[in-house]
Design a protein around this ligand. Structure first.
Ligand code: HEM
Length: 158
């Protein structure tokens, strides 16, 4: 059972570092960069920050997924996916899947090129969209964390 507790520790630490970073980007970095008047400087600064964070995010999402599936395996709790009161298990999996697809597939294949193009041709619209997208991800993540902490400590309100 110590391995289970270790997995929980890794899970929570990875989530803190990962979603903490998303919060910093959403609430501090994008608003600060939006104030730059030069679109090229905006693009270059954001790219430099996001590229540095992307590696950390890839590591922490991977650790979150591995530790999460390991806990489900040890608890033998796969049937939670069929029960509505465990909506927070669905939410965790959804948030993890969203970030995994964005970080490992969409960003390297499509989003980086689109961002480079549109941040120069349509700088305002691009940053408004980028900011909204980050707010959606952050909001979903925060609701998920609240639900997961409450749910895994026995508070089911459905
Ligand atoms: C594939 C993705 C994931 C799986 C399979 C997974 C699975 C789990 C499991 C099995 C638990 C323990 C439940 C229990 O003790 O009854 C847990 C706890 C938790 N998870 Fe996840 N999780 C995943 C992703 C995430 C994500 C993306 C977040 C955050 C956005 C997250 C945040 C949490 C939190 C905060 C806890 C509660 C820890 C505690 O209070 O002890 N998980 N997760």
């Amino acid at each position: 059972m110590e391995y289970f507790t270790l997995a929980r520790v890794i899970h929570v630490l990875a989530v803190v570092l990962w979603i903490g970073g998303v919060s910093m980007i959403t609430t501090v970095i994008i608003p600060a960069i939006k104030k730059f008047s030069d679109p090229k400087k905006r693009y270059e600064t954001f790219e430099a920050i996001e590229n540095t964070f992307a590696l950390q995010a890839k590591i922490t999402t991977t650790l979150t997924g591995l530790s999460g599936f390991y806990m489900l395996y040890v608890l033998d709790a796969w049937d939670r996916y069929t029960q509505v009161q465990f909506w927070w298990i669905h939410a965790m999996t959804l948030v993890w899947l969203l970030f995994t697809v964005v970080l490992f597939v969409l960003e390297p294949l499509i989003l980086n090129k689109l961002f480079e193009k549109y941040s120069i041709t349509h700088p305002e619209k691009t940053f408004v969209f980028l900011h909204r997208f980050h707010w959606v991800l952050l909001t979903l993540s925060v609701i998920t964390i609240a639900g997961a902490v409450a749910g895994s400590h026995g508070w089911h309100w459905i």
